[in-house]
Design a protein around this ligand. Sequence first.
Ligand SMILES: [Cu+2]
Length: 234
Amino acid sequence: MKSFLLSVLLAATVDALPQTVSNAHAVRAQPHRRQNQIIPVIVGGPQDTFVPNSVVAAVGDIIQFQFSNGNHTVTQSTADAACAPMAGGVHSGHIPFVDGQTDVGTFNMPVASTNAMFLYCATGPHCQEGQVMVINAATAKQVADYTKLSQQTQKSTDGTNVVGGTAGKIALAAAAFIPAPPKDPAAGPPGPPPAAAPPAAPPAKSTAPAANQPPTIIGASPVGNQVAAETSIA
Ligand SMILES: [Cu+2]
């Protein structure tokens, strides 16, 4: 009798196993529900934007703002007063990125609440140009409404003290973005040399040429230029 009961118990245990395993998979398949993530957001770059401009974050997550080309801030406003600092709100201060920089300024902001947070850049006219974002927006429309509101303002008000996060630096190679190509060719490496640059450089090179390299042969098609260039090298 005892051994019969034991085998029934064993069978029940084995039956339960597959379910346990599949539940574990289900939990792992929902990364947004996991806490304590570091969520990168790119500030500035070729355009004055936040990328992404809408983020879902849990309490305990850290938003890591990574500052690309230009000089930008992360400054908190209320939902209905865009481009003006909220009393006691988050402010990163102005964090620049210049051509040739090999590290990246960051602002690590711990998420303390899942309430929607409205953020803008307080530099120059960036907020009026739509450099705004929302964390934990209730709806996608809320992001669009806040962006439109920012474009309707006349000017931005800067934040004062750095509040709500910690400024730091990471290596450019570890950043989640590729900087814009240097604006002044004399300031950075000229066209040909980047081919011999270190391994981190090629991705930047592949997106850069369109904006950076005017046709060298006037009147020729891009394909024609390439053929001509290769021929002349050979
Ligand atoms: Cu900005």
